[in-house]
Write a protein that binds this ligand. Structure first.
Ligand code: 13P
Ligand code: SF4
Length: 374
């Protein structure tokens, strides 16, 4: 059984344009920095390399940010990865300062896991439609109305929403965790992404009650246009992130998280791939698979909107210039109330323990309590 509740997560553009401090997509796009010239780019990279050493800092970047920020993170001993591995890496690294290029929930998760470290982000207004679409108060009321359900939330949420949950998941481990919960008799309250939630429900058969959130990037992929593109590329395999609509997922040869898509692209025996996820992923896909061709899945079509460009406006706000500036002056530090952080850490630690057990080939299901057990 499932249900939905509606939430407004975006301000109407006319209101957003007049409201200072609000972070609508309109504001986000307006703040995407210009590309630096080759000379500026080289100078900024040098500056960041120097500052990382001077400040005992390490750089952690998401696959969706600008290629410069991905390459520099790897080159300087940091990490480019999905949100799960970013959080784990920051916690385990010896550096005292973490420079997190991505969106706000990623910086907050890092801070919750490493409360004694300084966590800086290039732009604190870089957020996520899933986080914005799941306000703490409404979410708490939803949970209170369904006390018999185990609360599972996606990493793309605020610290307060995490603190209200029993389990945290990312798209790379959600299937395994929900399957284990179902096997132990749990009925689930799921938030915030309804497409990821219903994909997991279809795959596991779990009883899930859904929050009605969506990713403004993945929600824009179009099934009809994808079918037409497949006809033009009959040999291409289709790789889809499960935040995409069901009709798009139905056309996939592989459905996976950011790291799942990377794995499928390197393992599948095809030359061409059509990719339905943020186009920031193309950089890694192309670098790791030089002989293969990657084509963006269509977001344009009869029902397309002006937002249809397959790139997250908030991820795009991260730049070399802002990364250098925050490192130099110690700006844009992430703060999470320590008591809230302790509560929010419980579901994150459960997820990390579960995924570590899975990776080690141990029976991760034993980490999930049986419903009805004393
Ligand atoms: P990952 O958890 O796969 O990194 O995805 C985060 C995200 O924002 C996807 O749109
Ligand atoms: Fe959020 Fe979508 Fe942007 Fe990911 S791509 S950060 S889910 S809005």
């Amino acid at each position: 059984m499932s249900g939905v509740i509606d939430v407004e997560y975006e301000l109407p553009e006319t209101v957003a344009a007049e409201t200072t401090g609000a972070c609508s997509t309109l504001h986000a796009w307006a703040r995407v920095p210009d590309e630096p010239s080759p000379t500026e780019r080289a100078a900024l990279k040098d500056k960041i390399r120097r500052l990382l050493k001077e400040k005992n800092a390490v750089m952690v970047s998401h696959y969706y940010v600008h290629p410069d920020l991905q390459d520099l993170a790897e080159e300087t001993g940091g990490l480019v990865s999905d949100s799960l591995e970013m959080a784990r890496f920051g916690r385990d690294h010896a550096a005292q300062t973490l420079l997190v290029s991505g969106v706000r929930f990623m910086g907050e998760t890092s801070k919750i896991l490493s409360p004694d470290k300084r966590v800086l982000m290039p732009d604190l207004d870089a957020t996520c439609s899933l986080d914005l679409g799941c306000p703490e108060r409404e979410f708490a009321a939803f949970c209170d109305a369904h006390p018999d359900r185990t609360v599972v939330v996606y990493a793309n949420t605020s610290a307060a929403v995490k603190a209200r949950s029993d389990w945290l998941v990312t798209s790379s481990c959600a299937l395994d965790i929900v399957r284990a919960l179902k096997d132990k008799g749990h009925k689930i309250l799921w938030a915030p992404d309804r497409h990821l939630g219903s994909y997991i429900q279809r795959e596991t058969g779990a009883d899930m009650l859904m929050w009605n959130g969506a990713c403004i990037v993945h929600n824009e992929f179009k099934a009809q246009e994808l079918e037409a593109l497949k006809l033009q590329h009959p040999g291409a395999k289709v790789l889809v992130h499960p935040e995409s609509p069901e009709a798009v997922v139905a056309l996939a040869d592989a459905v996976g998280s950011t790291s799942g898509i990377l794995k499928a692209a390197s393992e599948m025996d095809a030359r061409e791939f059509i990719v339905a996820t943020d186009n920031g992923m193309m950089h890694k896909l192309r670098t790791l698979n030089p002989g293969k061709v990657f084509i963006e899945a269509p977001t344009a079509g009869n029902s397309a909107t002006c937002k249809s460009c397959a790139h997250c406006p908030w991820m795009a706000m991260n730049s070399l210039a802002s990364a250098a500036r925050v490192l130099e002056y110690g700006l844009n530090e992430i703060h999470v109330d320590p008591a809230l952080g302790l509560r929010a850490r419980v579901p994150i630690d459960r997820m990390l323990a579960f995924t570590a057990a899975l990776k080690a080939g141990q029976p991760a299901g034993s980490l999930v309590p049986q419903i009805g057990a004393a």
